[in-house]
Design a protein around this ligand. Structure first.
Ligand code: BGC
Ligand code: CA
Length: 310
């Protein structure tokens, strides 16, 4: 309608200039996730860097506020306001159908990122793509870096029983990265001859404060027994570090955020794995460019990760 543009306040441009403007709509699952915020900053910067005399680029970033319904409505507003490509970080990675239908009706390609739709959903239409790290490989890398640390630091086995008593902090039920990091980090540790004894797995919603609470409870329950914390991401690892204080417990995270890299340098975390938001942003932008140029692009575009130690 007439006022779609006013509602969002961006995008709609008619007349001869329309061709010269690329309008990109980015919608995240929440506005409270530091990793995602870093990623969207990169995305925006990389898109802006593509701007030139011939082409203006307008980026609009919104959040679904942890509610799939709300995210769907924001997508609809962006489409109404006029939009050439959508970058979507789904709230519920298993529920992209409505967004797919709306985008398809207007022939707007969708690049999903970080929260991966299942293969069948990606196959619903040819202009659907996914940019993110390879979840399984990421879990393997995290297990490798943890094993390397443990195998070269015998003191990690505090009670010298030949086993590593561990707790694991999980991001979110159903998230491909949480599932694979949990499964493959543990499998890889075992493959690298670390004998593990599981004490507890706790969900902490990728969140630092929640992880600190969980970890405080685990410490009061298991005390000195805990030798290792495997965390699905750095924010939760840093929450654990907070709870651990001066106790001797090894913490391994994921993302290599600035805070986590500082904690690794300070010896508060053993290691992390870099999930590179800059490269992810660049990959998404490159993908968008190719799609809009009519080039053929793979539906799933993995972005590499990298081990980080002191
Ligand atoms: C990151 C987490 C982030 C989550 C959000 C994961 O890939 O490692 O830090 O909270 O994505 O979807
Ligand atoms: Ca032990």
């Amino acid at each position: 309608g007439e006022c779609g543009a006013c509602a969002v306040g961006v995008f709609r441009q008619v007349g001869p200039d329309r061709e010269k403007t690329l309008r990109v709509g980015v919608i995240t699952y929440t506005q409270d996730d530091p990793f995602i915020n870093g990623l969207t900053d990169e995305l925006k910067a990389q898109l802006k860097a593509m701007e030139n005399k011939e082409r203006r680029i307008i980026v609009s970033i919104k959040s679904g506020n942890d509610d799939q319904q709300e995210q769907n409505e924001k997508v609809e507003e962006m489409i109404d306001a006029g939009c050439d490509v959508l970058c979507i970080n789904l709230v519920d990675r298993t529920a992209p159908s409505r967004i797919i239908r709306m985008a398809r009706n207007e022939d707007i390609p969708v690049i999903f990122f970080n929260r991966e739709p299942v293969r069948e959903d990606l196959m619903q239409w040819e202009k659907l793509y996914y940019v993110g790290c390879d979840a399984e490989q990421s879990g393997i890398m995290q297990g490798e870096i943890a094993a390397e640390y443990i195998n070269s630091h015998p003191e990690v086995d505090k009670n010298k029983d030949g086993k590593i008593q561990y707790v694991l902090l999980e991001g979110e039920a159903g998230h491909q990265d949480a599932i694979s990091r949990t499964e493959y980090s543990v499998k890889t540790l075992m493959k690298k001859d670390v004998i593990l004894e599981k004490l507890s797995y706790q969900l902490a919603d990728w969140n630092r404060g929640q992880a600190e609470n969980r970890m405080n409870r685990l410490i009061s329950q298991y005390g000195k027994k805990i030798e290792l914390v495997m965390s699905n991401n750095d924010e939760m690892a840093l929450g654990a570090v907070e709870a651990i204080g001066s106790r001797k417990i090894v913490v391994v995270g994921f993302d290599a955020t600035d805070d986590a890299q500082a904690a690794v340098k300070a010896g508060k975390m053993a290691a992390t794995v870099a999930q590179k938001p800059d490269l992810m942003g660049a990959t998404a932008v490159e993908t968008a460019q190719k799609i809009l140029n009519g080039e053929t692009v793979d539906k799933e575009i993995p972005v590499e990760v990298e081990l980080i130690t002191k």
